[in-house]
Design a binder for this molecule. Sequence first.
Ligand SMILES: Cc1cc2nc3c(=O)[nH]c(=O)nc-3n(C[C@H](O)[C@H](O)[C@H](O)COP(=O)(O)OP(=O)(O)OC[C@H]3O[C@@H](n4cnc5c(N)ncnc54)[C@H](O)[C@@H]3O)c2cc1C
Length: 385
Amino acid sequence: MMNEDDIAPLLDAVRRLVNEKLIPAEAQIDREHRIPDELLDLMREMGLFAYAIPAEHGGLGLSKWAEVRMIFEFCRAAPAFRSYVGTTNGVGGKSIVLDGTAEQKRRYLPAIAAGEMIVSFCLTEPGSGSDAKSLSTTALRDGDGYVLNGSKRFISNAPVAGLFTVMARTDPDDKSAAGVSAFLVEAGTPGLHVDPPLEKMGQLGAPTADVTFTDCRVPADALLGATEGQGFITAMKVLDDARIHMGAVCVGLATRLVEEMIAYAVERQQFGRPIADFQLIQAMIADSEAESLAAWAMVEQTARKMDAGENVTKAAAACKYFASEAVGRIADRAVQVHGGYGYMRETAVERLFRDARLLRIFEGTSQVMQLVIAREALKAYKAAH
Ligand SMILES: Cc1cc2nc3c(=O)[nH]c(=O)nc-3n(C[C@H](O)[C@H](O)[C@H](O)COP(=O)(O)OP(=O)(O)OC[C@H]3O[C@@H](n4cnc5c(N)ncnc54)[C@H](O)[C@@H]3O)c2cc1C
């Protein structure tokens, strides 16, 4: 089990990177929609492209607890930076760590760990979002391989990905999750087309695009884990992990927003005194601090439980739900404390407000999280009675 001493140097290095390099670059990235290569290189050197990849494959091999502590620091910077490494370490890369064959691990994990290969996770389609199981992309067996056809929507990092983890139906007659398999499709494979980046509200600099497969032929060993029908089982396994991670992202952003809020309230004068002296401003600071601390505690505790091997499905969904809703409220208060300045481009809180909005939507909407929490709670009740 990792402890504070194990991660202190990493946290210190990440804090310095965030304060000295990433935060100062945020406004430019928001304007230009692009993270400079030298910043991505600094993240690479620090191992951030591989924090969750096991050390035996060249990654940092952080426990979940250590990961969330690192993310609390890293995500004080705009979440676009995290987006670059999130799916690579998370749903995309972890699928290979957990369920890849020995050959798939040997082939991809070292390149992923070195930050040379970014992984995109392709689940969502134009017709299937929250109801992901209804996806219609097919991967039909043909000779010594599979042929993929279908469209994937809103895929993070698609324009820069070297590898796509693609959920596709290997049994078109089976409309259930059991008909879905996962495939590892390398960029440049004929028939794989990535559209130009989509124009988004926030998290600019982290490219998102639609991806189309047209008679895209892959070899049989592109099937993740070499077993058909396991795609959703793999997705379920990485989902709890991803939800705790997203909770941590929200905590990092909440921490930053509270810092911005307080710094402005102390400096801004109205009626001859700092606005921080007014109790109505203090109430916004207090509510934000309390919610941020609550989210921090939930996420850290749930990560420890996951490391201990406990079932965390309900708690992980609760982390994602509570933390993303909380950071939405906190971002709104941060804008309010800034008054008219908070509505202006180039003000950090305006940008972070737009960035925060996505956190309630992707990797499972708040409504889907509510459904999971209630389902797990009712299941536990029924099992006990
Ligand atoms: C910037 C961005 C990046 C993304 N990156 C990726 C990625 O890398 N890979 C990937 O696969 N996907 C990605 N997504 C897709 C994302 O996961 C989906 O947008 C999300 O799951 C919601 O699906 P949807 O957009 O189709 O909305 P819908 O499912 O159509 O939902 C619309 C509304 O209906 C609600 N709703 C749906 N079903 C229910 C229900 N049963 N009960 C109550 N309310 C319900 C939803 O909560 C929502 O409010 C990304 C999305 C965005 C915006």
